[in-house]
Design a protein around this ligand. Sequence first.
Ligand SMILES: C[S@@+](CC[C@H](N)C(=O)[O-])C[C@H]1O[C@@H](n2cnc3c(N)ncnc32)[C@H](O)[C@@H]1O
Length: 205
Amino acid sequence: MDIKQAKDIFHWLYANTDGYRISIEARKKLSYYYIADTYGEVEFDSFYQILSLAQPKPNKVFYDLGSGIGKPSLVAYLCFDFSKIIGIEKLEGLWQTSKNILERLQKHYLELCKTKSNSQIDFIQGNFLDLDFSDGDVIFINSYTFFYYQIYDRLFINRLKKLKKGTKIITTVMPITLPIFNIKKLGRFKFSWGEEDVLIHSVFY
Ligand SMILES: C[S@@+](CC[C@H](N)C(=O)[O-])C[C@H]1O[C@@H](n2cnc3c(N)ncnc32)[C@H](O)[C@@H]1O
């Protein structure tokens, strides 16, 4: 699809949706405070550039671990040829919003979605520490600062070890320093909270 059209659809879909507000409401319902629940979002242009630099081949699998209201997955769906796109989000309000946005896309852009019949997209409510993402080819984790304790959780490291050779993990802020990755800085990119370093990790064995 033409990138301008994809961007127009993206902005139309999210025009009246405030992820920050939804996240605050969702967190008020929790009985604890956890830094990993802190909210922040990608922006269309910069995330399109980031994914382009990851050079995904057609028919690959994309995951967003901690998918918020689903913006990265929507960019992946509208602008690239992934065969499967899955966002995993723990907080119900955010997850429900991503499902609603997806329904809106499928309702108002039925013809467009038909042209993407080889591309499955969905949002799962759950903890990504408990879910299998070993078929992922491109995995996005935003952000390292908030996820620090989860990234170095033994459970999560064991999941990373199961990834296929060639899998790419994109993080913001800092790299995941495990000896299974070749790590490269992609550059600095704009996010909802400001500019941030973006790193790409390639599984090399
Ligand atoms: C910084 S936001 C990023 C949202 C989205 N990926 C984006 O870039 O636009 C991080 C999200 O991860 C979610 N989260 C944190 N820990 C999680 C976990 N273990 N499993 C699933 N979601 C998680 C938070 O609720 C939050 O919505």
